[in-house]
Design a protein around this ligand. Structure first.
Ligand code: GLC
Length: 389
């Protein structure tokens, strides 16, 4: 079962908070400009903080303008195309807890010449790492991830390996079967885990990309720019040129790209998620509280506008920031009416492709899935709307 607190945040992302952000953004901006009246720092009354922090071991990059994406990062972005999330597998509290494991038959589906040669692989590292500042990743779990990553890479797949569902980092309650960690080590563990992951995969193909954290939200929002900068600096020690991925706060909402401070590094891509219209895409989803009524159709003009608004925001922000952006998640849950689900998939896919946005559908074979485990076949209509002509 998924966490309800996650669901509450998830829900708020598209309703109350979105509204608040729109209402208060101009106000906050104007506050920002008033308070930017120069005030000389007073080192006597404002001594620099000297309390040693566990994060000191992982300093951020020196502040500076992000240089824009390198040709290598742009080349990878242009190879992503139509991707697929291997969701509900390795990011369940334990693989199998959500009814799915990474199976050979899934790996056999992907690769050049197949329906997709780009896989986003969500992984819940935190639940397989010691609950201390070192966050030592369990050897067996690491070996399991190695085997999936290496089989995908061997097939020529672009693999986005991420860190997914570290609930306490966002201030959410741990899921069932998820072990809590002491408050003082929550942040540093993100970096300690990335140190191990980055070192472990340092010699893998450049087709392996690291996405620093899925859908930062809640508690993490005010710290996110700083944490992302620390993570990039740390990963660069072992992976000087690997393409890394950062996304905005508020569950990777395009509306928050304007607040993302892109770490000053050229080998980066940006990512956003798009589940609008949420009442449609998440109707009947058991992990959204309260559960949304079913029977919602798609796509009216206003629903279409909601979808493309986020895509347009992503495109314009990415252009301004001078980094490519891709849509790392979008999708409609199985409880949506079939015809509308198909119409939604066709519309959002065409809209993304009209904007040259690479994408990863959420997800392969679970509740949003395009692959039917029982028949061992793709669900043909959904599949065609996404990956067909
Ligand atoms: C979220 C999460 C994913 C979740 C999905 C559907 O954005 O990243 O773990 O299952 O969207 O709600």
């Amino acid at each position: 079962m998924r966490s309800h607190s996650f669901a509450l945040f998830f829900e708020r992302r598209f309703s109350k908070s979105a509204l608040m952000a729109l209402v208060f953004a101009p106000l906050l901006l104007s506050c920002g400009s008033t308070s930017s009246v120069e005030v000389a720092p007073n080192p006597v009354s404002n001594p620099p903080a000297t309390t040693p922090s566990l994060l000191d071991a992982y300093p951020p990059l020196p502040a500076g303008p992000a240089p824009g994406a390198s040709p290598e990062a742009r080349a990878i972005a242009s190879k992503i195309g139509r991707g697929i999330n291997f969701g509900n597998m390795l990011e369940a509290p334990n693989e199998g807890d959500w009814g799915l494991r990474v199976e050979d038959r899934f790996i056999d589906l992907v690769g050049p010449g197949k329906f997709s040669s780009s896989v986003r692989l969500p992984v819940r590292w935190s639940n397989h790492a010691t609950p201390d500042a070192n966050a030592t990743i369990d050897a067996q779990f690491f070996a399991r991830v190695d085997s999936v990553v290496d089989r995908l890479l061997a097939r020529g797949v672009i693999v986005v390996l991420n860190m997914h569902h570290y609930r306490q980092l966002d201030g959410d309650n741990p899921d069932d079967k998820e072990r809590a960690v002491p408050a003082e080590v929550v942040d540093v563990r993100l970096l300690a885990m990335w140190k191990q992951i980055a070192e472990r995969y340092a010699n893998r193909s450049p087709n392996l990309l690291f996405e620093i954290y899925n859908e930062p939200h809640g508690r993490l929002e005010p710290k996110w720019n700083d944490m992302a900068s620390r993570a990039v600096r740390l990963i660069r020690k072992s992976n000087p040129t690997r393409v890394l991925i950062v996304g905005p706060t508020f569950y990777n909402s395009a509306t928050k790209l304007s607040e993302l401070v892109v770490p000053p590094d050229p080998h980066l891509l940006l990512t956003v998620h798009n589940y609008d219209p949420f009442d449609f895409t998440h109707q009947g989803a058991e992990w959204v509280v309260p559960v949304k009524p079913t029977g919602v159709t798609c796509c009216s003009d206003s629903q279409k506008q909601a979808i493309v608004r986020n895509l347009d925001l992503a495109v314009s922000a990415a252009k301004q920031l001078n980094y490519p952006v891709f849509v790392g998640e979008f999708g409609a849950y199985s409880k949506a009416p079939d015809a509308s689900r198909a119409a939604y998939l066709r519309f959002i896919r065409d809209s993304m492709e009209a904007r040259a946005l690479p994408w990863f559908y959420w997800e392969l074979a679970s509740g949003f899935g395009i692959f039917d485990l029982a028949t061992n076949q793709f669900r043909s209509q959904l599949f065609d709307e996404l990956y067909g002509r």
